[in-house]
Design a protein around this ligand. Sequence first.
Ligand code: PLP
Length: 388
Amino acid sequence: MISHVLPTYNRAPIAFDRGEGSWAIATDGSRYLDLGSGIAVNVLGHANPDLVAALTAQAGRIWHVSNLYQIPQQERLADLLVEHTFADTVFVTNSGTEAAELAIKMVRKYWHDRGEDRTEILTFEGAFHGRSTGAIAAAGSEKMTKGFGPLMPGFRTLPWGDHDALNAAVSDRTAAVMIEPVQGEGGIRPLPDTCLRGLRELCDRHGALLVLDEVQCGMGRTGRLFAHEYAGIAPDIMMVAKGIGGGFPLGAVLATEQAAAGMVAGTHGSTYGGNPLACAVGARVMEIVADDAFLADVNRKAALFRQKLEGLVAAHPDIFEGVRGQGLMLGLKCKVAPTDVVKAGYAQHLLTVPAADNALRLLPPLNITDEEIAEAVARLDRAAASLA
Ligand code: PLP
């Protein structure tokens, strides 16, 4: 008999009752060190007092009004995002998938309004942009699209890291190139800065829009507020989600005035997107994360973590192949199935997340302590030893 919860996930037999910072406490009282952060979501850990205060203060006032009215909390969040990024304007969503859908619509409307027949959006093998019909068509992987056809047309998936294929594919008919600066689900694969700069130049040469998906790698995860800042370039459109809500469902599309020009009243909407509750939390997350001292500390901890992980890889050459990633978006390339390492981690009361390309993802809260980093590596060491 089918379970009452639609069985689309293979779930671990653990349920969590509460959380404290980097720790998730199971219903049996046992404490798990959380290097998954709900898949790169809880950037400030569990039950962060600042976020609890922001949420409960708003919860006691008003939860939902609809975008028929002015929403000061949404304006505050948009102001903060515009202040700290390339963007001139922001649409607030409830998730990364919704952000991807709007980004695609924005690209199409941009070219429609310019009277140009440009509809092809180029994406990359290993990409993940969500699970809607549009987002699975964009990523194009067999695993996500099988059985869900006919797929939405207008996307072409290129091999990852193949410059010749990219140069041949981008033309004056390309509507946009959509890419994650660091692939998350694809296995923590950072796009080198030179490639991102080259991509920006290529788009400029052909007038194509550059759409960055920073749903997983954004919001301080890589040690900069957004990963593309390392390359010194700016996109035309960017999707954000996960970390921006610190655990509350929230996403956003950021765009330049030019790229967003077609999105006039009536062209897009959302009942819940931009509600006061989510935006009050999102604004507080932005105030904390978009701070130079906070980001400097993320980088300091990332260096410490990476150094310890290099030692771990050297100690377990049969289990691990190498460390990859940027900031606190770290991956361990495995020689065994990463799901086996995840399971061995559970036995050590450690939460990690598998990814494609045989990678294990380590996505701790950005405010993890040095002691917790040391403890995490000790638990990973025991987990690896148990698999040897
Ligand atoms: N884009 C990227 C890069 C993601 O990692 C994800 C989720 O993992 C999404 C989009 C979809 O976001 P959501 O699950 O919030 O819809």
